[in-house]
Design a protein around this ligand. Structure first.
Ligand SMILES: [Zn+2]
Ligand SMILES: [Zn+2]
Length: 253
């Protein structure tokens, strides 16, 4: 039996507030760690140098709320390498195309101990026990990847930021996931009619259509009461939960 531990480190957007950070989710299995996005504030909930060991960072897209703490992580890798407490480079996966020179600036940073890799939608990446797949559903304003993570029989899907899209391909990508981590920027009552973000209802609908076992809602508006997202999702998908900073989830199969 293999186990994945999921630790939400940031659950709100577009700015951090109080104890809450911008998006970031740490996944651990054995010695290996995956960090899905690196939003403002999340490094305060990481432990250095431990969490730099065997770490791969996946940036799903280059919007500021998902990359705000990359500089802090780079400096952490740089200083711990200088101190001798980090001897294996942190891997960073990024979308192929740059946005506002963000990618260039990250890659050219000298004070970092990292290697850089492009996300390839068609390829499976095996990183330790994690089998990774990526899917760009083309509903967010810039190149953005959904991430599928399998360890043994367990499957986790992270939607990243996306617009409402219940296409066969998207449903198939999320199919039978044990945990669907889905953005829910809006509530129906916001009347946003967004084409680039989901409501809690949309997220729950995706969980229902894909026959996911559990839905973890995230990417909340900082000024909104999270319980409202939960109520809206549970209208159509009972097994919905709110992501909370540092609240661990274990998946064993
Ligand atoms: Zn975004
Ligand atoms: Zn976002």
């Amino acid at each position: 039996m293999k186990e994945i531990t999921v630790i939400p480190l940031g659950t709100i957007s577009p700015y951090p507030k109080g104890e809450k950070n911008n998006p970031g989710y740490l996944l651990k299995s054995g010695e290996e760690k995956l960090l899905l996005d690196c939003g403002n504030g999340i490094t305060r909930y990481l432990s250095f140098p431990e969490d730099l060991q065997n770490l791969t960072l996946i940036l799903t897209h280059l919007h500021k709320d998902h990359i705000g703490d990359v500089g802090a992580l780079q400096y952490a890798s740089y200083t711990h390498n200088n101190l001798g407490s980090l001897t294996k480079k942190v891997k960073m996966y990024l979308p192929k195309n740059d946005f506002n020179h963000s990618k260039q600036s990250m890659r050219e940073t000298q004070e970092s101990y990292m290697t850089y890799h492009d996300i390839e939608q068609k390829n499976k990446e095996q990183i330790g026990p994690f089998e990774l797949t990526f899917y760009n559903n083309n509903t967010h304003p810039i190149e953005t990847y959904m991430v599928g993570v399998k360890v043994g029989k367990s499957k986790i899907v992270y939607t990243s930021d996306m617009g409402p899209n219940a296409s066969e391909e998207v449903i198939d990508f999320c199919k039978d996931s044990d945990l669907l981590i889905a953005e829910s920027s809006y509530l129906k009552s916001h009347h946003a009619n967004s084409k680039v973000h989901l409501t809690a209802f949309d997220a729950a609908n995706l969980a229902r259509l894909s026959k996911s076992k559990t839905l973890l809602l995230t990417h909340f508006w900082p000024e909104e009461d999270p319980e409202k997202y939960l109520l809206e999702a549970q209208e159509i998908f009972q097994n919905s939960f709110l992501a909370k900073e540092k609240q661990k989830i274990w998946i064993r199969r």
